[in-house]
Design a protein around this ligand. Structure first.
Ligand SMILES: Nc1nc2c(ncn2[C@@H]2O[C@H](COP(=O)(O)OP(=O)(O)OP(=O)(O)O)[C@@H](O)[C@H]2O)c(=O)[nH]1
Length: 367
């Protein structure tokens, strides 16, 4: 028999050895057999206890090992959670945040997660989303159980609106009902701003702020399709500054640029919000007037021509520049016409206006 592994049993072991010695010596007298039997049972019991202790020791070692691995794993994921640049959150469906990482706290204007969690311990669900955005987010989660690359407008702690892209899912546990929402979000405000800037640069004329030629033509295509579907009339104006070369040659290119900006401003102020205004290039502009008859288009062109002729551009040295424009007008009713055909017709009308002496509005040639 090997020695017991715990100090606790030392005395019992000695007692047992002593008892077995006594049995071997065979003390005479009544009860000797019963005593020997009891001693053997005690020895068996002791072996069981020792075995159980061994098993328990082994289990403890295994448990310690598992705990170490769990701690390592927890540390590994905790480190990811703490250091990743995306915001991570776990929230209950009743609206309280269970945990957030430092990035999430910072994105929403807090220094530390603990500060964030304390501030929103009793908040309603998603305090950073207004009703519309909350509806979009929770509606998506309710319908699909996940929200992927969802772009939402959020309100930061200081009241500044930011854009985030969110990936989230609802979590169920084995008992069934939805328990929580886990998600990750990143601040895309800057990315969105840059995209917006790029879109602006790609669609806008740098000098006047009007649509550039390419975007104007795209919008015309769209508007023509719409007018065909709703069988509405559409009018195109083509506008060209008169004797603009003389303006440039007399006053300089920068004054010419100012004059072009003035035309753009007057187009905006004299026409409707829905009218699409573009600079086709040089001193040539075009305006598409949706849902407009030829007569109404002519009147709008006349109003614009008159406003430009009546407006003087101060040159800074006391002098005022006056200049005029010619405008060609064409329309398409419900018949199939392409943008190119419309532009050509308006261009012909413009030539006619120039021919008739400039500072004129001319309609598209008949037929
Ligand atoms: N300042 C300025 N001038 C421009 C710009 N684009 C084109 N121009 C000028 O516009 C003038 C156009 O001249 P022309 O095509 O001969 O026409 P015009 O002198 O206006 O004569 P008509 O159109 O026949 O009345 C040229 O001098 C171009 O240099 C611009 O962005 N800025």
């Amino acid at each position: 028999m090997s020695a017991p592994e715990t100090g606790l049993l030392d005395n019992e072991e000695q007692a047992l050895a002593a008892a077995e010695g006594l049995v071997r010596a065979g003390p005479p007298g009544p009860g000797a057999d019963a005593f020997a039997d009891l001693t053997r049972q005690y020895a068996r019991l002791l072996r069981h206890v020792r075995y159980l202790i061994k098993v328990s020791d082994r289990m403890q070692v295994e448990l310690n090992h598992l705990n170490d691995r769990l701690r390592e794993s927890e540390q590994k994921y905790r480190s990811l959670f703490e250091n990743v640049s995306e915001g991570i959150f776990i929230a209950q469906l009743d609206g309280r945040f269970v945990d957030v990482n430092p990035a999430l706290a910072q994105i929403l204007g807090y220094k530390m997660p603990v500060e964030f969690l304390r501030a929103h311990a009793e908040d309603s669900l998603w305090p950073f989303l207004d009703e519309t955005e909350k509806e979009r987010f929770l509606g998506t989660l309710a319908e699909y159980g996940v929200a992927t690359h969802l772009q939402l407008r959020m309100m930061r702690r200081d009241g500044v609106a930011i854009w985030v892209e969110i990936n989230a899912h609802t979590c169920t546990d084995v008992r069934g009902p939805v328990m929580a929402v886990e998600g990750m979000l990143s601040d895309i405000t800057e990315r969105k701003r840059m995209l917006e800037e790029l879109r602006y640069l790609a669609t806008t004329d740098g000098l006047t702020g009007l649509y550039n030629r390419r975007h104007f033509l795209e919008l015309c295509e769209r508007e023509l399709l719409r007018s065909r579907r709703y069988r509405s009339e559409i009018v195109l104006l083509m506008l060209d500054a008169d004797h603009f070369k003389t303006v440039n040659d007399t006053y300089g290119h920068s004054v010419g640029d100012e004059a072009l900006r003035l035309i753009a401003r007057l187009c905006r102020s004299q026409l409707r919000e829905v009218d699409i205004i573009g600079r086709l290039g040089g001193e040539e502009f075009a305006v598409l007037l949706p849902q407009t008859s030829l007569q109404a288009g002519y009147e709008a062109a006349e109003r614009l021509r008159n406003a430009i002729a009546q407006t003087a551009l101060p040159l800074g040295d006391g002098r005022m520049l006056r200049f005029t424009v010619s405008i060609g007008v064409c329309s398409c009713a419900t018949q199939k016409v392409t943008v190119e055909e419309l532009l050509k017709a308006a261009d012909q009308a413009l030539y006619a206006a120039k021919d008739q002496g400039r500072n004129q509005v001319a309609l598209q040639p008949e037929g």
